[in-house]
Design a protein. Structure first.
Ligand SMILES: NC(=O)c1ccc[n+]([C@@H]2O[C@H](COP(=O)([O-])OP(=O)(O)OC[C@H]3O[C@@H](n4cnc5c(N)ncnc54)[C@H](OP(=O)(O)O)[C@@H]3O)[C@@H](O)[C@H]2O)c1
Length: 248
C-alpha cells in the first residue's frame, strides 16, 4: 500500500475471510466499501470500523445490476485501489444428482459476479492506475474430490478468469491474482464441521489431511493485504495456494 489513503471494495465482507480482511484493512487506515446481503452485520461493521466504511447490501446473484454498487455509493467520486472478491457459496453434491439450475447459482456468485464486477472496476472512472484485484478461489479448483462438481468447476473457472484478466488489465497496470486456500476456519467451513474436526483430532489425521491444521482467517487476510501492496507489485496472474500442507 502507498502512503496515500487507499480505498477498497470487498465482497463477502460480512463473514469469514472477507470480514477478517475488512477489519485488517480498516485498522490500517483504508476506506472501505463492504458488500454482503446481511444488512444488520454490514451496519454494525460500518459503526465499529475506524475510518470510512460504506455498507452495500447487494445479492450478487443479480448479475445485471452490479454497476449500481459502483454508481450509487460514491465509488465514482473516490476511485478504488483494489477489489477483494471474497463472496462465495459452498456446494457439495455428486454429479448424479446435479442440476444445472443449482450449479448456475454457484457459478453466479463464485465466478460470474466476479467477472462482471472486475469488468466494471477496470473502467477509469472507478479505479486508479496500478490497482490490484484479489479473488478468493480454493484449492478445490485443483483437486479431484468427489461431490465437488459445482464448487470445483466454479473455482476452476474463477482461476481461469483471473489469468485472462491479468493479461488484459495489465494495460492500466492493474494486477489480478487469486488465493487458493485449503480449509479455513469460517462459518462456511463450520458447516463441514465433521471434516475439520477430523483434521484437528489426531496428529495422524492432521498429517494425512492438512498437516498444518485449519487456517485462521487472519492468515488469508494478511496474504490479501500483501497482494494489494506494492510489495507484490510484479505479481500478476498468479494462483497462490495456501494449502496448509494439503495434497493437490
Ligand atoms: N472456509 C474455507 O475453508 C474456504 C476454503 C477455500 C476457499 N474458500 C473461499 O473463500 C471465500 C470466503 O469464504 P468464507 O469461508 O469466508 O465463507 P463465509 O464465512 O460463508 O462467507 C461467505 C460470504 O459470501 C457472501 N455471499 C454469499 N452469497 C452471496 C450473495 N449471493 N450475494 C452477496 N454476498 C454473498 C456472504 O455474505 P452474506 O451472508 O451477507 O450474504 C459472506 O459474507 C469463498 O469464496 C469460499 O469459497 C473458503
Amino acid at each position: 500500500m502507498n502512503t496515500k489513503k487507499q480505498a477498497y471494495l470487498i465482497t463477502g465482507a460480512t463473514s469469514g475471510i472477507g470480514k477478517a480482511c475488512a477489519y485488517l484493512l480498516a485498522h490500517n487506515g483504508c476506506d472501505l466499501y463492504i458488500v454482503g446481503r446481511n444488512r444488520e452485520i454490514l451496519d454494525t461493521m460500518a459503526t465499529e470500523l475506524p475510518g470510512k466504511t460504506v455498507p452495500i447490501c447487494y445479492d450478487l446473484n443479480d448479475l445485471e445490476n452490479i454497476k449500481e454498487i459502483f454508481d450509487d455509493y460514491g465509488i465514482n467520486k473516490e476511485k478504488l485501489d483494489g477489489l477483494i472478491y471474497c463472496a462465495g457459496v459452498d456446494a457439495a453434491w455428486p454429479v448424479k444428482v446435479n442440476s444445472i439450475s443449482a450449479m448456475q447459482e454457484v457459478m453466479n456468485v463464485n465466478c460470474f459476479a466476479f467477472v462482471e464486477m472486475s469488468r466494471i472496476f477496470y473502467k477509469k472512472q472507478y479505479s486508479n492506475q496500478n490497482a490490484s484485484i484479489v479473488a478468493i478461489s480454493s484449492i478445490a479448483s485443483l483437486t479431484n474430490e468427489p461431490g465437488m462438481i459445482a464448487y470445483s468447476v466454479s473455482k476452476a473457472a474463477l482461476n481461469s478468469a483471473v489469468k485472462t484478466m491479468s493479461k488484459e488489465f495489465i494495460r492500466r497496470g492493474i494486477r489480478v491474482n487469486a488465493i487458493l486456500p485449503g480449509a479455513v476456519k469460517t462459518p462456511m467451513s463450520e458447516k463441514k464441521e465433521k471434516v475439520f474436526s477430523e483434521i484437528e483430532k489426531t496428529e495422524e489425521n492432521k498429517s494425512n489431511i492438512q498437516p498444518l491444521g485449519v487456517i485462521p482467517t487472519d492468515i488469508i487476510a494478511r496474504q490479501i493485504k500483501f497482494l494489494l501492496s506494492d510489495d507484490s507489485g510484479y505479481t500478476t496472474g498468479e494462483l497462490i495456494t495456501v494449502s496448509g500442507g494439503r495434497n493437490y
